[in-house]
Design a protein around this ligand. Structure first.
Ligand SMILES: Nc1ncnc2c1ncn2[C@@H]1O[C@H](COP(=O)(O)OP(=O)(O)OP(=O)(O)O)[C@@H](O)[C@H]1O
Ligand SMILES: [Mg+2]
Length: 158
């Protein structure tokens, strides 16, 4: 398989018709999380970034309720096996403000970083989740950056 094939293979789409669908997608992805991953959530206001994070947290065994970390930029949750670092950078001026707070350190920890409205620069090897609201109100999730075999596994389960 050449690089182009591999790139196109390591992407999949999922149409979510409800919050439960979104939780289910996040739970399928959570099965492959080993620790150290960065997940970038891209999508307009109210598309379901936090909903996805709540589903991920649930699947990781987080018992605390996940709420948007709007003013602190990041909230930390203890999962059964791994910590979840939930970022929402909507109100951050730019990456510098986050670096000054030392929040970039979390990118290198064993837990999982989930980032809404990313303003860090130069993140590589992230799992990228692009979310779009479709005309009928359903959400189109496009997931890239996971291993091709994993994508095929997850896509095959829906
Ligand atoms: N299929 C779906 N998946 C997720 N959320 C959905 C879905 N259908 C409708 N919703 C609704 O969309 C809203 C998503 O809100 P959420 O806070 O997750 O968005 P967000 O992308 O985090 O927004 P923000 O950019 O403001 O942080 C919720 O009110 C939820 O009930
Ligand atoms: Mg949100």
């Amino acid at each position: 398989m050449d690089k182009m094939d591999k790139d196109s293979a390591s992407k999949f789409q999922y149409i979510s018709h409800s919050i439960d669908d979104t939780y289910n997608l996040a739970a399928q992805i959570a099965k492959y999380i080993k620790g150290g991953e960065v997940i970038l959530l891209n999508g307009d206001l109210g598309t379901g970034k936090t909903a996805f994070t709540k589903g991920l947290a649930l699947a990781m065994g987080v018992e605390e309720t996940v709420t948007s970390p709007t003013f602190t930029f990041m909230k930390e949750y203890e999962g059964a096996r791994l910590s979840l670092y939930h970022f929402d950078m909507y109100r951050a001026q730019d990456g510098d403000e986050l670096y000054e707070l030392g929040l970039n350190d979390y990118l290198y920890m064993d837990g999982v970083c989930v980032i809404e409205w990313n303003k860090f620069e130069g993140i590589s090897n992230a799992i990228v989740v692009d979310i779009q609201v479709l005309d009928d109100g359903s959400r189109k999730f496009e997931i890239s950056g996971m291993d091709g075999d994993i994508c095929a596994d997850i896509a095959g389960r829906f």
